[in-house]
Design a binder for this molecule. Sequence first.
Ligand code: ATP
Length: 253
Amino acid sequence: MIHLTSVSRRSEVNSEDYAAHTPIISNLKTWKFTKPVTLLVGENGSGKSTLLELIASSAGSITISGEDTYREETESLLKLVWSIRTKKGFYFKARDYSDFIERLQTIKRETREILAEIEARDPHSWEALPHRNTLADLKRLYGDGLEFRSHGESFLDLFQARFQPGGLYILDEPEAPLSPARQLTLISMIKEMIEEDAQFIIATHSPILMAFPGAEILELRDGVLHQTRFDELEHVTLTRDFLQNPERYLRHL
Ligand SMILES: Nc1ncnc2c1ncn2[C@@H]1O[C@H](COP(=O)(O)OP(=O)(O)OP(=O)(O)O)[C@@H](O)[C@H]1O
């Protein structure tokens, strides 16, 4: 399902923020979403993260830690049009993941400490209930703890626990710690979710994710979004050529 149908830049907005002045944002006119999965591809520094972050903050998305993505500096820079506005989903940036794991550990440790204090005073106190619920919720969502899984395993556990039907998911390089086989698992999880009315906007460097069946692929090049086919992407052609004959590339380095 396509919840977010278009994003455009409001020409009248003057913002000092760097994001407003990156070419991909200053050149943005109207970008229509045509598929439940949109993939953003482009060189390092082409503006994928900047664009995703702006969309997330304009959409009122939360991060996986439940934090607001709102930024006053870029407020109303983009205009978003929805078919049906969804409040479900999240904005996920792979490079913030370790902060999230630390935060979960802190919540667990602090909740256990408070609980122990309450139970020492009165083992039957009603005050303990919300804290027991917090620990039970964390256990239900993440088992014994994402911190006890490998980086890649815990990424997939997190998505499994937090993907829900009907959400808008804005993912920045979700393939980061995933092996090729686990990237295929991620594709399968995303496929299941789009069958249940979710929408995904994903920035990626992974040729495997770029092959997502039926996805719209947009390449950020020269500060503009270009609709592109899988076979035409440099990420794909370069990787394919390299794998066919690594020596041909390596001897020139
Ligand atoms: N906090 C910031 N302050 C100022 N400029 C920034 C900031 N973050 C990014 N930029 C600049 O904005 C441009 C786009 O960066 P962005 O991180 O969006 O690129 P990207 O396509 O996501 O790159 P990558 O593939 O390496 O993650 C770059 O030129 C970068 O130097």
